[in-house]
Ligand binder design. Sequence first.
Ligand code: UGA
Length: 462
Amino acid sequence: MHARPRPRLAGVSAPLRITVIGTGYLGATHAAAMAESGYDVLGVDVDADKIAALARGEVPFYEPGLSELLESNVTAGRLRFTTDFAEAADFGDLHFIGVGTPQHPRTNAADLSQVEAAIGSLAPLLTRPCTVIGKSTVPVGTAENVRTRLQALAPAGADVDLVWNPEFLREGFAVADTLTPDRIVIGVATPSGPGEPRGRDEEVMRRVYAPMIEWGSPFLVMDYATSELVKVAANSFLATKISFINAMAEVCEATGADVTRLAEAIGYDERIGSKFLRAGIGFGGGCLPKDIRAFMARAGELGVSDALSFLRDVDGINTRRRTSTVALARELVGGRFVGKRIAVLGAAFKPDSDDVRDSPALDIAAAIYTAGGDVIVHDPQAMANARAAYPKMTYAADIREALTGADLVLVLTEWPEYTGLDPATVAALPTTPSILDGRNCLDIARWRAAGWTYRGLGRPNA
Ligand code: UGA
């Protein structure tokens, strides 16, 4: 996973002191990565329990490699945590804002209350020149407003710069994506033109990201609006790519074609590329679904709804993956879930994560449970979060327990624990050895040879 070399702050003295406000997936990873790069870092959050855990070197969620990074930097004294904004204001030359922007339950727009609260707490305490750097995913136009409010509230006024610096890390790869990013995007109030001297804000960002730039990450400076759009445009493109292949899966279902072979064949075209063409139960998580909805909501406010109307279809195709998988499962157990035991392998929205936010796997499990199925769920990491979301469903201590007595097994998250399962050794556990592969991730020939009835998605005859 960490194939790319790590940047170091080779020979650069690091007088810059950094705070990271908001210590969720994004903030905790960013804080640890900045400390790993050699800076003195203070993580800030309003959640005292979370801060106490992080201060002990414990990561309150599952992210491969992050515990080690956090622990070593806490131990080395480069990384500390606090709930005190006055301490943060006093400490930091740079303040990264990495708080959440969840989906508003009524409007689908991004809920900016955490960004507003962070600025409201920090700004009145900023008495000396510093740079505030927004990393949260926000609707286009937010940075401009934040800058106005920040400079109005801060005693240091115009000596407080605002930079927007969207984050592209993937859960499961957060450490590598932060230490060696694909690109660094910087939105500034007034980008310098060709030949003009760089602004103070750009200079400071080049300095803070020096290890990453030295490693080879492209560094792109642009205006606020473009930088805000880069983030949502990237996630919209990824969501569109997934929904495109899932739309093809629907056509394959109707024609007897095989979507995995189709994806393989079109993926060889370099203009298309093979990544993000894995058809299955669709995308979920805390980012793609809410980002495309927030983008549509913002486009409506801007009067350009039509430009993004395709995202409604992207979302619709994605939602349909869940309902059609439930329908297929029902068909495979003879038309009714009542009295049937359904083993669900996977609750996290993707492997290497314990995140169940908008998880297609957990959504499908819950729908089958609601329809009367006797559902038993297993996940290598997401059990606690799944149980908290759906306390009434049954959770298995291990894979064997989940499979025992099942009338149908659903693989809904492609954890290596499931893709590497030996179908022969578990074939005798279920009542009926029938498997629905929601991620098209299993070796069909092996499962069939071991006596299982196999069904994938978008490959009815495979
Ligand atoms: C996504 C983006 O990939 C990151 O670049 C971005 O920074 C992040 O959102 C964010 O906005 O913070 P992430 O949510 O961690 O990252 O997950 P992805 O790897 O993008 O996967 C999203 C979903 O798509 C998962 O449910 C995954 O199973 C699904 N997926 C992915 C498919 O169904 N098929 C594919 O081919 C690829």
